[in-house]
Unconditional design. Structure first.
Length: 318
């Protein structure tokens, strides 16, 4: 009787967490801005099912949530959910169960859904049912409506400049789309890892997560060569090399931004800055893109100046 009760409790937990994954994913379509941020946590309930109840229950939760999304929003939404969030949960759960490092876990949880979503997108774009001309016309019509709303009559010159600026920005976004998609997937993977780690500690789960300290994190030293190579590729007069160099610059720039934030966190810890002022400092950085460039530069210069004396400490310990 007790075994039956415990089995029923497990199945109820699986259903609840699968429903939570569906709710988090659907929030993007109903709650502006905040809903998009909340939807990034959709893999977390599936991840908890695998870590707490094993693979069979985890795959059951993934199947139920995917089927529910197909019934509610159509097969396309459910396919993207499976390729992006489902694959992320599976990859992250396996890495955590193997007790990999944070870097390896986040890397696998980024690359696996990136490849799965890329294959799904490529198969959809290669379909003869997709009409790129219709999509372009639909976008141009929406752009005209937006410009008519915000630009008053008699300002045709302003409208022309604004349209040219928007088209230039869209061209840049199109060029860097692979890097932007990879960065957003990496941010989602890191967010889900951090939140799952916090929840796992609250429910007193077995020790699966390694210790994680942003203040001591360092980018691999080989990244500086990737940075130099991507910069050279950006200026080479070879078709496609500029786009490749730009995408690589964005990716390696994120790593040095994280290292710069690690240096900032280390400095704030060393000065014993109160939590409220630390939060204000991070918010201020988020509102000032130029300061973020400065933080990324600090992360790059740390390779030579060793602001935290991490290499010195390693040499002394060895």
């Amino acid at each position: 009787m007790t075994g039956s009760d415990s089995g029923t409790r497990v199945h109820v937990q699986v259903l609840v967490l699968a429903a939570l994954a569906v709710t988090l994913f659907a929030a993007a379509g109903y709650v502006p801005v905040i809903g998009i941020l909340v939807s990034l946590l959709a893999p977390m309930p599936l991840l908890l099912v695998v870590l707490r109840h094993g693979w069979r229950k985890g795959l059951l939760a993934l199947g139920l949530s995917t089927l529910c999304l197909a019934l509610l929003f159509g097969s396309l939404q459910s396919l993207f959910f499976f390729a992006e969030y489902g694959v992320m949960a599976i990859a992250m759960a396996e890495a955590i169960r193997r007790q990999w490092s944070v870097e390896k876990t986040v890397a696998l949880s980024t690359i696996a859904p990136f490849l799965a979503s890329g294959l799904l997108l490529a198969s959809l774009l290669s379909s003869p049912e997709v009409d790129f001309g219709a999509l372009k016309r639909h976008f141009e019509e929406n752009l005209d409506q937006v410009l008519d709303t915000y630009v008053t009559e008699g300002h045709e010159a302003i409208e022309g400049d604004l349209r040219a600026y928007i088209q230039q920005a869209l061209g840049l976004v199109t060029q860097t789309l692979p890097a932007l998609f990879l960065l957003s997937t990496a941010a989602g993977a890191l967010l889900n890892y951090s939140v799952t780690r916090l929840v796992w500690r609250r429910i007193d789960g077995p020790p699966l997560f390694p210790t994680m300290s942003l203040a001591q994190w360092q980018a691999p030293e080989a990244c500086v060569w990737v940075l130099i190579g991507s910069g050279l590729a950006y200026f080479l007069p070879i078709p496609g090399m500029q786009t490749l160099g730009l995408n690589l610059l964005l990716l390696v720039g994120l790593l040095y931004l994280l290292q710069g934030l690690a240096i900032l966190t280390y400095s704030l810890n060393k000065m014993a800055v109160p939590l409220i002022f630390r939060c204000l400092a991070y918010i201020f950085l988020g509102l000032q893109p130029l300061l973020l460039l400065g933080v990324a530069a600090f992360g790059l210069f740390d390779l030579w100046f060793d602001f935290r004396r991490t290499r010195t400490k390693r040499e002394e310990s060895s």
